[in-house]
Write a protein that binds this ligand. Structure first.
Ligand SMILES: [Zn+2]
Length: 205
């Protein structure tokens, strides 16, 4: 049996991780390999059943509630290639499951954000990067200066998000957006007390 392989594709938002994952899946498909693509159910930015690239390539995705659900799907589908999208949102069991799948001789393609919006290593991504046989770290373009961007800037109400801003902004997600930034232009906002009252929707003071 061919040896397994773990390939982690990472970087900040807008770095093209999903496009790269789908490119590799397309190649595996041409090679006649059996593929399964999973993603966590909690990500609702796109239709959960389909992962689509900007170039229009799309693959059916199996939404899963946790990493423990992945091996059963892989066994049922008899997949030799397992793709995991939005890996940063999975539970702490994911690295163990990925190792198991690779030990069975499968190719495991993992795509996920390496850092959260504060620049901190994101959940199990550091472990997955350490366990990987191959790492592709992609960069985006800084929206301020045009340099290579490696960080995700969160903006809430037009201002850099603070460390203690809620992950979900009460009263409208349209005020919550993300940009790619270089190290010099990645800003962590001041404490919430510095945010104008009109934007401070979750507490009165
Ligand atoms: Zn910059």
């Amino acid at each position: 049996m061919q040896g397994g392989w773990i390939h982690v594709i990472t970087g900040c938002m807008f770095s093209g991780k999903t496009d790269e994952l789908l490119r590799l899946l397309r190649r595996a498909e041409i090679a006649g390999r059996r593929i399964v693509l999973v993603r966590p159910t909690l990500d609702d930015r796109t239709r959960p059943e389909v992962v689509e690239s900007r170039s229009g390539v799309a693959f059916r995705a199996r939404p899963v509630t946790g990493a423990a659900a992945i091996p059963a799907i892989v066994t049922t589908e008899r997949s030799s290639v397992v793709a995991i999208d939005e890996a940063q949102f999975f539970d702490p069991e994911l690295p163990e499951i990925v190792e198991l799948l690779a030990a069975e001789g499968r190719t495991v393609l993992v795509s996920g954000l390496d850092q959260d919006f504060l620049g901190r290593p994101f959940n199990t991504m550091p472990s997955l990067l350490a366990l990987a046989d191959q790492v592709t770290k992609l960069t985006a373009i800084c929206t301020v200066c045009g340099a290579d961007a490696t960080r995700t800037q969160r903006m809430v109400g037009g201002r850099p998000a603070a460390a203690d801003d809620p992950l979900i902004v009460v009263g409208g997600m349209h005020d919550d957006r993300y940009e790619a930034r270089c190290r010099a232009h990645h800003v962590i906002g001041g404490a919430r007390g510095a945010i104008p009252l009109a934007l401070d929707l979750s507490s009165g003071s």
